[in-house]
Write a protein that binds this ligand. Structure first.
Ligand SMILES: NC(=O)c1ccc[n+]([C@@H]2O[C@H](COP(=O)([O-])OP(=O)(O)OC[C@H]3O[C@@H](n4cnc5c(N)ncnc54)[C@H](O)[C@@H]3O)[C@@H](O)[C@H]2O)c1
Ligand SMILES: O=C(O)C(=O)C[C@@H](O)[C@H](O)[C@H](O)COP(=O)(O)O
Ligand SMILES: [Zn+2]
Length: 363
């Protein structure tokens, strides 16, 4: 794939406007158009790890005539708290941020989830632009309008559907990403492969080591294909009335692990274990063939993602899964596969089947 800019359109549903996800290099020239001509102030929300990037962007916007502020937030999940959101609201309030002003969320998925949430809640909703800088944020978190923060009780329990005005995925940002964070993002790429686009799996399997770095031959194609999977789903079901639940493949157990680890595990690592579990659950429920279930283990392991979690934690994980957003009343609901690229819902599985599936995951 060439390095030309790829534009992927997200349709507006449920009263939201359409927008584009751009993938390429040197995309910041697009910001002016996305900010629009009504904004006087712009706030750049960025994590500590991207202080230089955030400051440079703020200075550039100031040179263009905006009253620009940078709001630095903690790295990773420590940013997804009510306290950090309140810190951002304070900064917006003190700068006189109005309804026509614009927030730019720069960083990984934790930063874009927080920035989107702050944009959704400030004055009941202001315009925001996502500038994702991790694989995971490019292919998943910054696309689709799910914004939110964690609470002590569970992952993403407070949030809002508030789509961005545009998403700029500058592939050059990936060069500074630590390898563990790069690989963590591959979990969502592999998820997109299993639920919808198996070519993604073929590309990774053709050279799993190369897939672990931004210099790999298929980096741009893997990112674009994954975004297209997400784009198709969220273009028809922004508010998760049905179809969008397939994007939660591997997340029921994944989020339970993240909470159990007090949000110290990377999301992608937890989702990897969660997909292994979902594959075993699909197999034991008689839905998924052995070859596709086994393929989960081989591909996740080949790129260096984890498959296992502590066996003795199962009772706590079951408790954590009860607050999953897919639960209805006392019924746990899981996304499983009926076959490759055939996601479906498994509702209220027998606890013995769940335990047996976890038997393959626990160590
Ligand atoms: N809203 C959604 O639809 C959605 C989808 C998937 C995941 N998520 C959320 O995304 C989050 C995970 O995102 P993530 O995997 O990007 O992790 P992250 O945001 O925690 O980023 C990982 C680390 O990399 C740093 N970082 C970011 N970009 C960098 C760069 N270019 N160079 C160097 N360091 C950089 C961050 O500061 C952080 O320390 C989770 O909170 C998850 O729940 C949301
Ligand atoms: O966009 C979605 O919908 C997803 O489920 C994508 C997931 O990868 C993502 O982690 C999302 O934040 C999970 O949403 P939640 O509603 O289960 O918190
Ligand atoms: Zn996810």
């Amino acid at each position: 794939m060439t390095e030309a800019v790829t534009r992927i359109r997200i349709e507006g549903t449920a009263g939201s406007d359409p927008y584009e996800v751009l993938v390429g290099r040197q995309l910041l020239g697009e910001l002016g158009g996305l900010i629009g001509d009504r904004a006087k102030r712009v706030a750049v929300i960025h994590p500590e790890a991207l202080t230089e990037t955030g400051d440079a962007l703020r200075a550039d916007l100031a040179d263009q005539g905006y009253e620009a502020i940078a709001i630095q937030v903690p790295n990773a999940e420590e940013a997804k708290t009510a306290e950090v959101a309140a810190y951002c609201w304070k900064a917006l309030g003190q700068s006189g941020f109005t309804r026509t002003d614009v927030i730019i969320g720069v960083g990984g998925g934790a930063s874009t989830d927080l920035a989107g949430f702050v944009a959704a809640t400030w004055l009941r909703g202001v315009r925001w632009i996502a500038v994702p800088t991790t694989v995971l944020a490019m292919v998943d978190a910054a696309v689709g309008g799910k914004t939110g923060i964690n609470t002590a009780e569970g992952k993403n329990l407070v949030g809002s559907f508030h789509p961005p005005a545009g998403v700029l995925c500058d592939l050059a940002a990936l060069d500074s990403l630590p390898v563990n964070d790069y690989v963590s993002g591959l979990a969502e790429v592999i998820k997109a492969g299993f639920i919808s686009d198996p070519v993604i799996l073929d590309l990774i399997e053709s050279d799993p080591q190369a897939a672990r770095t931004p210099a790999g031959p298929h980096t741009a194609e893997l990112i674009v294909r994954s975004i297209k999977v997400k784009a198709e789903v969220v273009s028809s079901d922004l508010k998760e009335a049905g179809l969008r639940e397939i994007l939660n493949y591997g997340h029921t157990l994944g989020h339970a692990i993240e909470k159990n680890e007090r949000y110290k595990w990377r999301h992608g690592a937890a989702v990897s274990v969660g997909m292994h579990f979902a594959a075993e659950l699909g197999r034991l429920a008689g839905r998924l063939d052995d070859a596709t279930a086994d393929r989960h283990r081989t591909i996740l392991e080949a790129v260096g993602l984890p498959l296992h979690y502590r066996h003795d934690q199962w009772p706590k994980l079951v408790e954590n899964m009860k607050v999953d957003k897919k639960s209805r009343g006392d019924l746990l609901r899981f996304i499983v596969l009926d076959g490759l690229a055939k996601p479906t819902v498994l509702e209220g599985p027998d606890p013995a089947v769940l335990l047996a599936a976890y038997g393959e995951v626990g160590e």
